[in-house]
Design a protein around this ligand. Structure first.
Ligand code: GLN
Length: 382
């Protein structure tokens, strides 16, 4: 009998809910992916590059032209000049990037601080490295860091803190002032950061994303991770990147070169072309997704769900306590999918110890107007 290295891991909630949506014919607002395609020019570019023979291994660190585009975007968005050669690494998705960064840093016995609700891939990566996650719940209702709890959780064993802003599933944003507070807290300690910023361009109401890339002090100890999948509406391309100072990038690359060696070549060419030709794409994303958020929320005003509009990401949390207070969130997500025809993601699965009486589920609004209208109609009828 094999002794599992991940005894607590099953099939992810995203796979389970998407599968249930498929089986029941429910509208799938659970797993986070658009039901519309990425830009035509971007998709055409892939075909062009495949036809042109760009089909063999890319450079281990990523195609130079794509790394240059990432460096240029980092300079435009966050005012940091990074070296495309020594600070940018292209990876097969943000998940792989996070995994490699964790393996590069964490040793048996190390502690890694994560904030609950916490994205599901972090803890297994830490466990496989022999480390242990220390879970700190974000304070409700705003899903903000409880600084006293963070300070109390720091120990000589703390090796790494994993941040996620804009935050999945709550949409909460870290502020520049909070980053300063974090810097002060870890200044004298040997602690590194992974900053999961895959939703960096999905911030609303005129807010500006406070990236670690814009923070001189914290950047020196950080791996900043992003995903082309989110930014260009192509989650299935599984292409992402890491920006980190040269010494950290060198360690990350030692792992990355043996986990996958490199990312997919024609996709990298296509992304490089598209980024060069359409720098406005990222500027237009906030308005594009804010319009979807507002359409969905305006329609839900007529429902018995209560919510406050999400500040970032393409996820909207809703409180269902006025509808089925008798159901926990797992049962509610299943009931919504099976009985009401709209699939959602429960929140408790992202906690080590979910708050008592949590009555929140997450809907993804990265959907066509027609899908959002149909979903809202069903939700308003409950
Ligand atoms: N990040 C996506 C979400 O939050 C899911 C990705 C996945 O299925 N692994 O819904």
């Amino acid at each position: 009998m094999i002794i599992s290295k991940l005894p607590n891991v099953g099939t992810t909630i995203f796979t389970r809910m998407s599968q249930l949506a498929l089986e029941t014919g429910a509208l799938n607002l659970s797993q986070g992916f658009p039901d519309f395609d990425g830009p035509q020019a971007l998709r055409d570019a892939v075909g062009r590059h495949i036809a042109a023979g760009h089909n063999q291994y890319a450079a281990m660190t990523g195609l130079p032209v794509l790394r240059e585009q990432v460096a240029a975007k980092v300079a435009r968005s966050y005012g940091r000049m990074v070296s495309a050669d020594s600070e940018v690494t292209i990876t097969p998705g943000a998940t792989q990037a996070i995994f490699c960064a964790v393996q590069a840093l964490v040793r048996p016995g190390d502690e890694v601080i994560v904030f609950d609700p916490c994205y599901d891939s972090y803890e297994p990566a830490v466990e496989l490295a022999g480390g242990q996650c220390v879970h700190i719940p974000l304070a409700l209702p705003g899903f903000v860091i409880d600084w006293q709890r963070l300070q109390d959780a720091l120990s000589a064993k703390t090796r790494l803190i994993i941040l996620n802003s804009p935050h999945n599933p709550s949409g909460a944003l870290l502020s520049g002032a909070e980053l300063d507070q974090l810097a002060a807290l870890i200044r004298e300690r040997d602690i590194y950061l992974i900053s999961d910023e895959v939703y960096e361009h999905l911030v609303f109401d005129g807010a500006k994303h406070a990236s670690i890339l814009a923070h001189d002090e914290l950047y020196q100890r950080a791996f900043v991770v992003s995903s082309f999948g989110k930014t260009y509406h192509v989650t299935g391309w599984k292409t992402g990147y890491v920006v980190a100072p040269p010494a950290l990038s060198a360690e990350l690359r030692k792992v990355h070169q043996y986990v996958s060696f490199c990312g997919v070549t024609p996709l990298q060419w296509a992304l490089a072309d598209y980024m060069a030709e359409h720098p406005e794409h990222v500027e237009e994303l906030p308005a594009f997704y804010q319009a979807k958020r507002d359409l969905f929320c305006d329609l839900l005003v007529g429902s018995r769900f209560s919510f406050s509009r999400t500040a970032g990401t393409f996820f909207q949390l809703v409180d269902y306590s006025a509808i089925r207070p008798d159901l926990d969130d797992l049962a509610m997500a299943e009931w919504l999918t099976r009985e009401q025809g709209v699939a959602a993601i429960p929140l408790s699965v992202f906690y080590q110890a979910p708050p008592k009486d949590l009555r929140l589920v997450r809907f993804c609004f990265a959907k066509r107007e027609e899908t959002l209208r149909q979903a809202a109609e069903k939700l308003c009828a409950i």
